[in-house]
Design a protein around this ligand. Structure first.
Ligand SMILES: [Fe+2]
Length: 160
């Protein structure tokens, strides 16, 4: 990573790995929740995430690199926290609140990464990558807003 191009490539590999981990985690989270709205949100975001990976494939192509992930310790930590909630939550409502909070942490992580990548892609002149990354950022923000709405309308109250 000797310059911003190198750093951009690194971040791209990192988020590519992260999205693939999320594709593995979301079905487990959907299965673990008893809340139908939350399950639907997880299932919908699973489908979106698959599309986000395809967009990242295109971004690799735009910068002339092979699509390849690189282990991202941040996402592994967040996924592990979610697994802990599923193992240790003593009742379904508490598990739901914990899963929802964990999912929002993941969305915020992704929002910060995509925000940075958009800024760097503009700076580096990867103009074709910008709308792809912006589309994904929009989806992550919408997923986060949806989770917020589910938290306030049902999950938090039931867990309390
Ligand atoms: Fe994502």
């Amino acid at each position: 990573m000797k310059d911003l191009n190198g750093l951009f490539h690194h971040l791209l590999k990192d988020i590519y790995y992260a999205e693939k981990q999320i594709v593995k985690a979301l079905p487990k989270m959907a299965k673990a929740t008893e809340n139908s709205q939350l399950r639907q949100a997880f299932e919908q975001h699973l489908e979106e995430t698959k599309g986000q990976i395809e967009r990242l494939d295109q971004v690799f192509k735009i910068i002339g690199k092979e699509p390849r992930g690189e282990k991202c310790p941040a996402i592994l930590g967040l996924v592990e926290e979610g697994e802990e909630v599923m193992e240790k939550g003593e009742n379904g409502d508490v598990v739901d609140a914990g899963l929802l909070a964990g999912a929002q942490a993941v969305e915020h992580y992704e929002m910060s990464r995509y925000g940075t990548m958009i800024a760097w892609a503009k700076q580096l002149g990867h103009h074709k990558a910008v709308p792809l990354l912006e589309q994904t950022l929009k989806e992550e923000k919408a997923a986060d807003a949806k989770l917020n709405q589910i938290a306030t309308s049902t999950v938090n109250r039931e867990a309390a």
